[in-house]
Ligand binder design. Structure first.
Ligand SMILES: [Cu+2]
Length: 154
C-alpha cells in the first residue's frame, strides 16, 4: 500500500521535527517532580505532585506505560468534599514538559459521578506533567501529576 508507506514517512518526519524542535536533552526536571517522583520507576503510573482546592483526584492512563504519538485515554477520579463522586464539573487536563511544547489540552467528559475521561496524544517521549483544572460553580480545584517515561517509540 503506497499511501500507508507515505503516511509512515510523514509521521517519521513529524516525529523528527518534534524531537529537533524541543531539545530533549539535558532533561531538567522541576524540583517538585524530583522529590515526589524520584523514587518511582520511569514507567510508574502517574504520581500526584500537588493538589489544591476542595476536590481529590487520581489519574490513570491507557496504554500504560504511555507511548509517544499514540492515542491515550486519561481517566480521572474526582471526589467532592463529602467523599462522593464529583458531578457536573468542567475538567481540563493540560500536558506540559519542562520546556515549551505548545498547548496540549484534553477536555475530560463525565462518564459517571466521579469519573471523567478524555483522549489525548503525547507529542514527545520523556517526562511530562498533567495539570488538572476542575470547575464547578464558584469552586475550582487543581492538581498536578508526574507522568514519567513516555516511550519515544510507538
Ligand atoms: Cu518536549
Amino acid at each position: 500500500m503506497k499511501s500507508n508507506r507515505f503516511a509512515a514517512i510523514i509521521i517519521a518526519a513529524l516525529a523528527a521535527l518534534l524531537l529537533a524542535g524541543c531539545n530533549p536533552n539535558p532533561p531538567e526536571k522541576t524540583a517538585a517532580a524530583d522529590t515526589a517522583a524520584a523514587t518511582a520507576p520511569a514507567d510508574a503510573p502517574p504520581t500526584r505532585l500537588a493538589q489544591e482546592g476542595p476536590y481529590k483526584f487520581s489519574l490513570s492512563l491507557e496504554p500504560m506505560p504511555p507511548k509517544n504519538l499514540t492515542k491515550t485515554t486519561f481517566t480521572l477520579m474526582a471526589l467532592a468534599p463529602e467523599g462522593k463522586g464529583l458531578s457536573g464539573a468542567t475538567i481540563t487536563l493540560d500536558l506540559k514538559m519542562n520546556h515549551p511544547m505548545g498547548p496540549n489540552q484534553v477536555v475530560l467528559k463525565e462518564q459517571s459521578p466521579g469519573t471523567y475521561t478524555g483522549e489525548g496524544v503525547f507529542t514527545m517521549g520523556g517526562d511530562w506533567e498533567a495539570h488538572i483544572t476542575a470547575k464547578k460553580g464558584k469552586q475550582t480545584g487543581t492538581a498536578r501529576f508526574a507522568i514519567r517515561g513516555v516511550s519515544f517509540t510507538k
